[in-house]
Design a protein around this ligand. Structure first.
Ligand SMILES: Cc1ncc(COP(=O)(O)O)c(C=O)c1O
Length: 412
């Protein structure tokens, strides 16, 4: 069908399709379905009463400003709160290094807009966050994929791809989406050294860093980079742009994330953001500030860690109890996902069909590769934050039936 509009789509929209996950999520709305497919935080993790009080306070005391247009960089008290909060994780950003975005997803889009020319190569992890591929695809990015293992990005395989001069590296050091793996401290040091040696900067995407359920905090790349460059004069230079979000610690519906970058990058991003949405919702920023302030954010993050740690443990235990020995999975130290590896000869689309038939859903791993045709296809991503412990036990049991039936068919 070619109408006056559809024949006029811009060239950059060619080849852009609705994501596999979005299509799959429609199926998961079927009654009785247990879904491990989405990446949704649990509604039990939303601090509803605190939001209610904050909305009330903002409307009663600050409505004239909160309902008005505002600065593109974001609401200054919120940027300050973010800077103070990050300092506890070692990130010493100043307010002028922090820009508020409409979720991290917008940060990824703005980064694509700022850096990616058609045909530029972005070095990504294999697997990586699907939403980043979607954001960069629209600007015509090509990709170089480097595999991850249990210690995150394989830095031992980086030298050759870095020599080919990718525009930047896009890296998920903590509890990676989709694989749940964490970049080891040793590799983090190597990565920032290599970024500097080859002059290839890093976009560090860290939506899950605060949601650690075991083990010690590992310094972010942005911190190690600064130590390596021995900078103590703010972010005048630096090889790392850092992204994070309130989506997993407060609520994704408020669409609030942030970028930490050198001032010259923030200035450019601000110009681009103006063309996109002028600024992130003033009201949401005021409300988020009232919600997060006075230590509430830290206190609430502790609660979320407990909630999700239990769910992760329930899923790991259910997998151990019901999955056949030829199946393996990652042991995430935080975040929302784990990554299951099935025997090579199984067809994941058939496993998915069989799972849907059992009323349980997951996302087949090939959705998360920049080069799915080159990568192994025997993975599934399982989300453990949104189902209750009972649903997780039942869902993993159903999934094991689906996997076992496919294994039987395969060996028959
Ligand atoms: C790795 C990663 N980056 C960015 C995002 C986008 O998050 P936001 O809700 O802040 O746009 C997500 C969301 O799941 C994610 O997993």
């Amino acid at each position: 069908m070619s109408t006056a509009w559809t024949s006029r789509f811009a060239l950059r929209t060619k080849g852009i399709r609705s994501s596999a996950i979005r299509e799959l999520l429609k199926l998961t709305e079927k009654p009785g379905m247990i879904s491990f497919a989405g990446g949704l935080p649990s509604p039990e993790a939303f601090p509803i009463q605190r939001f209610e009080e904050a909305c009330h306070k903002v409307l009663a005391q600050k409505a004239a400003r909160a309902l008005q247009y505002s600065a593109t960089e974001g609401y200054e008290p919120l940027r300050e709160l973010i800077a103070n909060n990050m300092a506890r994780y070692g990130i010493e950003a100043r307010v002028e290094n922090v820009m508020i975005t409409s979720g991290s997803q917008q940060a990824l889009d703005l980064i694509g807009k700022l850096f990616v020319n058609r045909g530029d190569r972005v070095l990504v992890e294999a697997p990586t966050y699907l939403g980043a591929l979607q954001a960069f695809n629209i600007y015509g990015a090509d990709y170089i994929s480097v595999p991850v293992d249990d210690d995150g990005l394989r830095t031992d395989l980086l030298e050759k791809p870095l020599r080919t001069g990718p525009k930047f590296m896009y890296v998920l050091p903590n509890f990676q989406n989709p694989a749940g793996t964490t970049l080891s401290e040793g590799r983090r040091h190597e990565l920032v050294l290599m970024a500097d040696r080859y002059g290839i900067p890093i976009v560090e995407d860290d939506p899950y860093g605060q949601l650690r359920y075991e083990g010690e905090h590992i310094p972010p790349l942005v911190v190690l980079d600064r130590e390596n460059l021995r900078r103590d004069d703010g972010y005048s230079i630096g090889n790392v742009i850092y992204l994070s979000t309130f989506s997993k610690t407060l609520a994704p519906g408020i669409r609030l994330g942030w970028i930490v970058a050198p001032p010259e990058i923030i200035t450019k991003l601000v110009q681009l953001k103006q063309g996109t949405d002028l600024h992130t919702s003033t009201f949401n920023q005021y409300v988020a500030y009232e919600v997060a302030r006075d230590g509430f954010l830290d206190q609430h993050v502790k609660f979320i860690r407990q909630l999700y740690r239990e769910r992760r443990d329930v899923m790991l235990e259910a997998l151990r109890e019901s999955f056949p020995p030829e199946v393996t999975w990652t042991h995430p130290h935080g975040g929302l996902f784990l990554w299951v590896t099935l025997p090579r000869d199984l067809d994941m689309q058939e496993v998915l069909q069989s799972a849907i038939h059992e009323n349980v859903a997951f996302v087949p791993g090939d959705a998360f590769y920049a080069h799915p045709e080159l990568e192994s296809r025997q993975h599934m991503r399982l989300n453990f934050s949104s189902a209750t412990p009972e649903q997780i036990r039942e869902g993993i049991n159903r999934l094991s039936l689906a996997v076992k039936s496919q294994l039987l068919l395969n060996y028959a």
